[in-house]
Design a protein around this ligand. Structure first.
Ligand code: GLN
Length: 542
């Protein structure tokens, strides 16, 4: 029978609750305890797939094709698990299914209420993760902060879980923030006390408090939190902002969190082994020669929109014992001949995106990369942009385009798949999730992977249009990754270029610190050898 750890947040959002949950998963896994994870998101959208990156950051895609919260990316990267759609539950999903049951007549005669109907549906979905995964421990993060109106049914459901599952099988962890007041040079615990009071009002007494802070936390502060919040002092865990997020599991371990959880839940565990992780973190923190990569997109002011891409670049750089330095470049600002900024970068990456805004700037960037022979890596939209630019060059026509951006283009080199035509509903209707991709021998892609078939995650509506495959191949484009039936171009690369390669899928979702993605590693390998105009003066370190 699974045990449950519920993690709530207090005081403010964005203090790294997701990273904390992912790190707890890692320290349990390092003791040979199997872990699965779930995020409960109180908003009313069914999933974040239809939300703007400005609202929500990146949409993380699971192997079974769910469009989920970016916290699932942290969980997968830290714990090394492949999660499923059951791992992200929103109020939208919960209410939709309760209302569908009501319409079917499942509750005939009854009044449908938040307690018990909505809370039962939430609990059913929590237990479903335990069943599907058969994990020893299910870690459940409740999104938002305690006190949010939408969060109430979720908190009520997790409160009931302690009674349902048995007191020894459930643990509550509260992640709070200690603000620093510069005038008096002190950290304040009052907001933490208030948020714990709010939790208690609902009936949840936290067993552990994780205190996020930008400053060292003194023993006195820990005593105070322990006293006022009624939590053992060894369960008040300071989490001072670290140099890298990958250090968090090590910090938690240092403060004894792993042992505390194991004892509290009576888990059977082996001795913790984080040696490999330790080694990776030490290498991450050591000073290294940088590789400068220009990331060109339209949401660059909000780096969360490209979270997995940034992490995948970091992982790949570490493989080469380098450090990636990302130049975040807004494609709209590079438009109309402003690509000169790219003379300072050793590689260019164009990640995924939707809609026409910013596209012409990206096409110019692709042209610049092709002509100046700068390594270029396109992810999903980045592949479509590369194909559009190459077609404009090959066909001597500025009209080549994707039908996403120009419905009437005479050269629709990127077009909707037949099965996508006529779909008007926006949510959950894209080509989503994992598909196999066969690598064509002798290509850069095949060389990067070193094996014949890869399984990669997709999230798009448009595809390479086969009607143009032959003329584009003749002009120097190589279809280097194909669907098993050979009909879908999943990877394309340019023949006469050091490294201009792009894929229709999102390789970034599969990259891990301890298992970087082959395409990112190969791209970084070429980029690190590329000299920028300022290279001779700015690059070499040791
Ligand atoms: N907008 C493009 C499509 O729908 C690319 C999507 C993406 O980059 N994820 O095909």
């Amino acid at each position: 029978m699974a045990k449950y750890i519920f993690v709530t947040g207090g005081v403010i959002s964005s203090v790294g609750k997701g990273i904390s949950v992912a790190s707890i998963g890692r320290i349990l896994k390092s003791r040979s305890i199997s872990v699965s994870v779930q995020k409960l998101d109180p908003y009313l959208n069914v999933d974040p797939g239809t939300m703007s990156p400005y609202q929500h950051g990146e949409v993380f895609v699971t192997q079974d094709g769910a469009e989920t919260d970016l916290d699932l990316g942290h969980y997968e990267r830290f714990i090394g698990v492949d999660l499923t759609q059951a791992s992200n539950v929103t109020s939208g999903q919960v209410y939709s299914s309760v209302i569908a049951q009501e319409r079917k007549g499942d509750f005939l005669g009854g009044t449908i209420q938040v307690v018990p109907h909505v809370t039962n549906e939430i609990k059913r979905r929590i237990r479903q993760v335990a069943e599907i995964s058969a994990a020893d421990v299910v870690l459940v993060e409740v999104g938002g902060t305690v006190g949010d109106i939408e969060g109430q049914p979720f908190l009520e459901a997790i409160r009931q879980m302690r009674k349902d599952e048995g007191r020894d099988n459930v643990l509550y962890i509260h992640v709070t923030f200690l603000p620093y007041i510069a005038v008096t040079d002190e950290l304040k615990t009052k907001p933490t006390q208030h948020s714990v009071n709010e939790l208690r009002r609902i009936g949840i007494q936290p067993d552990i408090i994780l205190c996020r802070s930008d400053k060292e936390i003194s023993e006195g502060i820990k005593d105070k939190i322990s006293l006022f919040c009624d939590v053992n002092k060894e369960a008040v865990i300071p989490l001072v902002t670290s140099e890298t997020i990958y250090e968090v599991p090590l910090l938690m371990e240092e403060y004894g969190l792993g042992d505390f959880i194991v004892n509290h839940l009576g888990l059977e565990a082996k001795e913790s082994n984080l040696d490999n992780w330790h080694e990776l973190v030490n290498r991450l923190k050591a000073p290294k020669e940088p590789v400068t990569i220009g990331l060109v997109g339209k949401y660059v002011e909000l780096q969360d929109a490209y979270y997995s891409v940034r992490e995948a670049l970091r992982h790949a750089a570490l493989t080469h014992n380098r450090e990636v330095k990302i130049e975040w470049l807004n494609s709209e600002e590079l438009q109309d001949g402003h690509c000169d900024k790219l003379r300072q970068v050793q590689g260019i990456i164009i990640p995924g995106g939707f809609g026409y805004r910013g596209i012409e700037g990206m096409v110019e960037v692709a042209k610049f990369a092709r002509e100046k022979e700068i390594p270029y890596f396109g992810l999903c939209l980045g592949m479509q942009v590369m194909v559009i630019e190459f077609a404009r060059h090959a066909f001597h026509s500025q009209d080549a385009n994707s039908t996403e951006f120009d419905r009437d283009t005479p050269y629709p080199v990127i077009d909707l798949l037949p099965e996508q035509r006529g779909i008007n509903q926006k949510g959950g209707t894209m080509r989503l999730g994992t598909y196999p991709c066969h690598l064509v021998p002798g290509t850069k892609a095949a060389h990067a992977y070193g094996y014949e078939v890869t399984y990669e995650r997709h999230r798009h509506r448009f595809e390479f249009n086969n009607a143009f495959r032959q003329p584009l191949e003749k002009a120097g484009l190589i279809a280097s990754g194909l669907s098993p039936d050979g009909k879908l171009v999943e990877i394309a690369e340019l023949r006469n270029h050091p490294w201009m390669l792009a894929c229709q899928f999102h390789p970034e979702f599969r990259s891990r610190l301890d298992c970087p993605h082959p395409l990112f590693v190969d791209f970084m390998g070429t980029a690190k050898e590329t000299l920028t105009e300022g290279a001779q003066t700015s690059l070499p370190i040791n």
